[in-house]
Design a protein around this ligand. Sequence first.
Ligand SMILES: [Zn+2]
Length: 143
Amino acid sequence: MLKLRQSEFDALLHHAESTYPQECCGALLGTPTGDIREVCAAVPCTNAQADSPQTRYSIDPRELVCIQRDAHERGWEIVGFYHSHPDHPARWSTTDLEDAHWIGCSYVIVSVEGSRAAAANSFVLTGTREEDKALSDEEIVIE
Ligand SMILES: [Zn+2]
């Protein structure tokens, strides 16, 4: 389960709308308790996917290292990631699964239709390694 405050959820939707028709991406910081990931901050990232930002996203590893360091300083960790699907459903793609490597983290996908955020779904990356990883539906709770 992914717990988000309304303000973080709104920030995430707004980021998705502002980068349309390109994909946005970002990291979710917070504290995990068992299978509940509680988000304390959503950090927008630059989509480093230069060749096809309409259909792909990537976060620069250097940016991610900075985010992770800042998170640790505040007593948090990376509990998930988000990205948008311009004019596509809020479901994960084969590429999304291939690009997901943080087992136990949430992957939120926001669908944006004609510059308006239409839906958001979250999936948790389950498994133990690259070979058996899978994205499973999980509940988003807005507080
Ligand atoms: Zn995607």
